[in-house]
Design a protein around this ligand. Structure first.
Ligand code: SF4
Length: 232
């Protein structure tokens, strides 16, 4: 199965795959994605309505203090660091970008608390710039399928982007993430998977099951086995 066929089938298994974070503009998606670190999207969606009602844009958030932000985002975990990063990110947007979210990877990753994954989420979903967000689900699922051969997110992003046209990157990432959450979980549900015939992990399971057991010759008592010299 070619990579395109794999992603076609993933699209069919997860129609309409999209980020599960709720947002109305790039600023909200940037803040929501920062809050989603080590937290579920559902939990983030519970806190962002109140957060954005009080801080609807970068200027408002830049003027907030950690004491004001922390109670609003406490349930997302790591709330002190996240509050600091949100305020600092907003202050940078105001100082360097007129309060707008830049549609540029380098400018985004220069913001406090913003890495490539967050930048790619915002670029692809809110700013119309193709990007392939790589999170732990993408790393796990793509490696099992055999699409990537690394556990480094930056290298994985490069290897995945080479498989599809840029116009498909964002949705392909969404499909991999949903597949990782629903089917290819840490303990994979291969029986429910539409791409198992193209998956290296699944194929290797079949090969292992089919491999005959090799009999070991019993050693003759009192004799020493000659060691095979190692190649130098
Ligand atoms: S066949 Fe199993 S391991 Fe492979 S992608 Fe599907 S669920 Fe994951």
């Amino acid at each position: 199965m070619t990579p395109r066929e794999i992603f076609d089938r993933l699209d069919a298994q997860h129609p309409g795959a999209d980020t599960e974070l709720h947002f109305r503009n790039a600023f909200e998606l940037l803040a929501a994605t920062m809050l989603s670190a080590q937290c579920t999207d559902a939990r983030v969606n519970q806190v962002t309505p109140a957060l954005f009602a009080r801080y609807p844009d970068a200027r408002a958030l830049a003027a907030a203090t950690p004491d004001e932000l922390e109670p609003l985002i406490q349930s997302t975990g790591f709330f002190r660091v996240k509050a600091r990063n949100l305020q600092a990110m907003a202050a940078e947007l105001v100082a360097r970008h007129g309060g707008r979210v830049p549609a540029d990877m380098d400018a985004l990753t220069a913001l406090p608390g913003v890495g490539r994954k967050t930048a790619n989420v915002v670029l692809g979903h809110a700013l119309g710039v193709p990007g392939w967000p790589v999170d732990r689900h993408v790393l796990r699922v793509a490696a099992r399928i055999g699409l990537i051969h690394t556990d480094d997110a930056v290298i994985a992003e490069r290897q995945l982007c080479a498989l599809l046209p840029a116009s498909r990157w964002t949705r392909a990432s969404d499909a991999l993430i949903l597949h990782g959450r629903r089917v290819c979980k840490p303990k994979p549900l291969c029986d429910s998977c539409h791409i198992r015939t193209g998956c290296a992990y699944f194929t290797s399971l079949g090969a292992k099951a089919a491999r005959p057991r090799t009999a070991t010759r019993p050693a003759t008592p009192g004799t020493k086995r000659r060691r095979t010299p190692r190649k130098s």
